[in-house]
Design a protein around this ligand. Sequence first.
Ligand code: R5P
Length: 312
Amino acid sequence: MNSNPDNGLVLGFSETESAAAAVARQLGWKFESVDLHHFPDGESRIRIPELRGNSVIIFRSLDQPNQKLVELLLCVRHLRDAGSATIVLVAPYLCYMRQDAEFTTGEVISQRWIGAWLDELVDGLVTVDPHLHRVHRLEDVLPHTCCGLVSAAPLAGELARRSFVDPVLIGPDKESLQWLQLAARGSPSLDHLVASKTRAGDRQVRLHLPDFDLQNRDVMLIDDIASTGTTLLECARLARDRGARDVKAVVTHALFRDGAIPAGPSQALSDIWSTDSVPHPGNRIRLAGPLAAACSDVLEAISGQRAAPSPR
Ligand code: R5P
């Protein structure tokens, strides 16, 4: 990994400062925190400390995204104006990826437009388990950006193995199959099954579990996102109805606000754990190492592209 502090700067924001600083340490880069003030009318004042080096990593998870997207635009334009030639966004949670189709007539396909906007804005993007379903590759969403992908699923699988003896992994919907299979891989591989889900509203989901004997088995639910928690709770209830002994969940992105999901020893779901992609008391998996490795790969790919002779 590049260990020269003069090579670049990692910029972090207060809500994920320690995760951003950890990535800077791993890269051997300098770290600075962006000074951000929200005026009473909702506008933002941004101050970026002294710039050094040509390359900047902006580290910010894009949960609760709307204001953060405007602030990202302001930061990037300022950095470009100040001469930064390479800007990589590390967004452990990448927003707006679920809206990847016109589900009802007239619905905006947010994934496409947010993707196009980011594609024009930055040179590189590093993210974790983006919600890609009908569009399979991040490169199809951001065709001109060097993308680095980290998956938390193998780490979720390790956590399941450490927490339970021979657990059954369950993915609550078909989108989760990609992470479930990665989590279950290993020696020996873990039993795993995927439920089917139909959603009737933000907090209304109906799940169906395939035939599988869960009597006295411990269950770990695996998914990319918990937002309202409805999906995980419904899945946990079905697993308990089938006789599961304990049901916990591990998700990549804990988008729910503290305490929003009823989980605890006397509940259907006894615990919800997550990566630190979004700060939450349930964070159990630190991502700084894999994020820093992905940043190195992306920076290398960008300089390789720039060094390559341009086609006639
Ligand atoms: C959707 O397909 C995602 O993978 C999650 O299952 C979903 O976002 C969870 O939402 P909620 O927690 O609100 O049920």
